[in-house]
Design a protein around this ligand. Structure first.
Ligand SMILES: NC(=O)c1ccc[n+]([C@@H]2O[C@H](COP(=O)([O-])OP(=O)(O)OC[C@H]3O[C@@H](n4cnc5c(N)ncnc54)[C@H](OP(=O)(O)O)[C@@H]3O)[C@@H](O)[C@H]2O)c1
Length: 186
């Protein structure tokens, strides 16, 4: 899967898998033949991962990181696709296998995942960032993303609000209540 170089046999952890990007990323990881672990924030959001071939873990529960490890029978994740950052991102990063890959594309928690020299030197991690304004040939990637939705490779989860009540959408995002991609409709 592109920059993350995900393939068969990899184990991919996605924080914020209840959200617009995260929900699609777990599905794309599975489509590439990897095992995917989707983290979600609280019981109310569990349904965002139901029906998907994904290990779903509530990252607001105590000992959630241990639950990831238990669910993988001790195997360590190979990839972190991180749009959340903060403590959740950091804890997953620390659990990665030697030579793991981290792709940081956001920080919904307010703080990008902290990465140290030791992570790179001792853990052999490859860390990269993917930010929209710096992505080459974004139109081609957009077309490919739309194609995966159109052909059913990914199920797109949408949280719709009337444009006239855009404030409700902002409130849901602010209060971490939204599920999937927030869309304003006219
Ligand atoms: N690199 C780029 O070009 C690019 C493009 C678009 C978006 N982004 C970034 O990618 C990230 C995901 O975007 P998105 O559209 O998928 O957003 P989204 O739909 O709002 O999803 C973000 C998810 O983050 C989780 N989260 C965990 N801790 C949080 C906290 N403290 N506060 C708020 N949310 C928290 C929430 O899931 P739970 O509550 O279930 O944990 C939420 O569903 C954002 O940081 C966004 O800025 C980057």
């Amino acid at each position: 899967m592109g920059a993350a170089q995900i393939g068969k046999g990899d184990i991919v952890v996605v924080p914020g898998a209840s959200g617009g990007l995260g929900n699609q990323l777990v599905q794309l990881a599975v489509a590439e033949g990897s095992r995917a672990v989707g983290l979600y924030g609280g019981e109310r959001k569990k349904d965002t991962l139901s029906g998907l071939d994904v290990i779903a873990i509530d990252s607001t529960e105590p000992e959630w990181a241990k639950r990831i490890s238990d669910s993988l029978n001790g195997d360590a994740p190979t990839h972190l696709l991180d749009g959340v950052g903060g403590e959740v991102g950091r804890e997953v990063l620390e659990s990665l296998a030697m030579g793991g890959r981290v792709v940081i594309f956001g920080w919904s928690s307010g703080e990008a995942t902290r990465v140290t020299n030791k992570d790179i030197l001792s853990g052999g991690l490859t860390v990269s960032s993917l930010l929209g304004t710096r992505i080459d040939d974004i139109r081609t990637l957009e077309s490919r993303a739309l194609q995966t939705a159109a052909d059913g490779t990914v199920r797109v989860l949408v949280d719709e609000y009337p444009l006239a009540e855009a404030w409700r959408a902002h409130e849901a995002i602010e209060q971490r209540r939204s599920k999937g991609k927030v869309v304003l409709v006219t």
